[in-house]
Design a protein around this ligand. Structure first.
Ligand code: ADP
Length: 417
């Protein structure tokens, strides 16, 4: 099972929309197609599915030119989930999913028990069983999307093409859906999905295709494609690209936030924030603080938090690696703490080299947001000194403790004046 595009070019009227696209898709891979609006993603998917015919170049499915296959033959090999679907008649959810079986049902035959079983299983998997008698026209955007996905899955084809399949799904269901797709590719299918969420693509795809202006700008692994340079070149935005130390997947955070009215409000409400971190403990939230005035330290120059903070142009109180905190740095930190509105204490381990941070924090009376993912007892290498100070801080009235990193920003944005 393979599908290839060879030298595809395509135009709508005189407008050239795809230029010399050549790509060979292999079984067992989940491919993500990325690119800004109008870069040709949907058009490319339509050509791969045979919905649009290109006169220049060819699409070959299992050694057969797609332009020579009839729709029924194509449907046995390729299922397509388009971005929008209008269904004119009042079919039920179950009937729509059954439509996916039509390429398998003989022209004059009825649905078999097997067809019914397959449809039932898909409804179950997509959590649509309760809706199965519901009319398609009465569904929410997310439900509708799932039904169309269900119809495609019912085709039981080896190749699945998805055009922004998760747009209307809730965040938890997005993840569940992408995991379901990973499961299919691991069983040998080829899935090619247009995705606009770079982080979702980074987390679940094996290979990414970055389209720009109808051409392949880059094709490769997630690490190769999701780079600051590629994103800047294609989307014209500044991002930081980091590895999530917990899931090991790459994630992207937007830096040059558009100044819409909402963000202006946030900026007006910008706080002076000092972060105490280390060992990469602030990597997951540092970029999101960039509408505030951020400083970090005392932190050693080889630390991941240090690298990221300097990329983000935050102020840093630096220290040489593997050396105790100097008096000079201590004075600097004290000075920073005098001026800030709030301190964020990340979920970092404490040893003798960085305990000074906690000791100086203890002398300050500024509000503190503590990000606590693991109890301090599991992060103490000071023989109990860190535990003692940490627990004393936690008792203060102006200290908030959060488990989830995103709550740090929420608290900052909601703080007054
Ligand atoms: P993407 O999916 O990346 O947003 P599309 O493939 O939908 O891009 O569109 C690529 C370009 O082709 C766009 O400039 C779009 O306006 C144009 N286009 C898309 N569909 C049509 C059409 N049916 N007729 C004319 N131009 C079209």
């Amino acid at each position: 099972m393979t599908i290839s595009a060879n030298d595809i070019s395509f135009n709508y009227g005189s407008k050239l929309v795809l230029k010399d696209i050549t790509i060979h898709f292999q079984k067992g891979f989940l491919y993500g197609i990325l690119g800004p609006n109008g870069s040709g993603k949907t058009t490319f998917l339509k050509i791969l599915s045979g919905v649009l015919k290109s006169e220049l170049g060819e699409v070959i499915v299992d050694d057969i030119l797609i332009n020579t296959m009839d729709p029924r033959e194509i449907a046995k090999k390729i299922a397509m989930v388009p971005q929008t679907t209008s269904i004119n008649f009042d079919y039920t959810v179950e009937e729509i999913v059954m439509m996916g079986r039509y390429s398998h049902i003989g022209r004059f035959s009825q649905e078999s028990p097997e067809d019914k079983y397959i449809v039932e299983e898909i409804l179950k998997k997509l959590k649509l069983l309760e809706l199965k008698k519901r009319s398609f026209n009465e569904l929410s955007g997310g439900e509708l999307q799932k039904v169309i996905i269900g119809r495609a899955l019912a085709q039981n084809s080896k190749i699945i093409l998805l055009d922004e399949p998760t747009t209307h799904l809730d965040i938890n269901y997005k993840i569940e859906f992408m995991m379901m797709m990973r499961n299919y590719v691991e069983k040998g299918k080829i899935i090619i999905a247009v995705l606009h969420d770079l982080n979702l693509a980074a987390q679940f795809c094996d290979r990414l295709i970055l389209l720009n202006d109808g051409k392949i700008k880059a094709f490769g692994t997630v690490e190769e494609i999701i780079t600051r340079e590629n994103i800047k070149a294609v989307y014209n935005v500044d991002v930081v690209v980091r590895k999530n130390i917990y899931t090991n997947s790459i994630f992207v955070t937007l830096l040059n936030i558009q100044e819409d009215s909402n963000n202006r409000a946030i900026r007006k409400n910008a706080k002076k924030v000092h972060v105490i971190a280390g060992g990469g403990s602030a990597v997951e939230f540092l970029p999101s603080l960039n509408t505030h005035d951020v400083s970090i330290g005392i932190i050693n120059v080889l630390d991941d938090d240090h690298t990221l903070a300097s990329e983000l142009n935050y102020k840093i109180v630096s220290e040489a690696p593997f050396s105790p905190i100097t008096e000079e740095s201590k004075l600097k930190l004290k000075d920073f703490l005098k001026k800030v509105d709030v301190v964020v204490l990340a979920n970092l381990p404490f040893g003798k080299y960085n305990l000074g941070n906690l000791e100086i924090l203890q002398e300050s009376d500024k509000p503190i947001i503590i990000h606590e993912k693991e109890p301090i007892e599991e992060r103490d290498y000071t023989g109990g000194s860190a535990i003692r100070i940490y627990n004393e801080l936690k008792k203060r009235d102006n200290v908030k403790i959060v488990k989830k990193a995103e709550d740090i920003l929420k608290i900052l944005n909601n703080m007054r004046g």
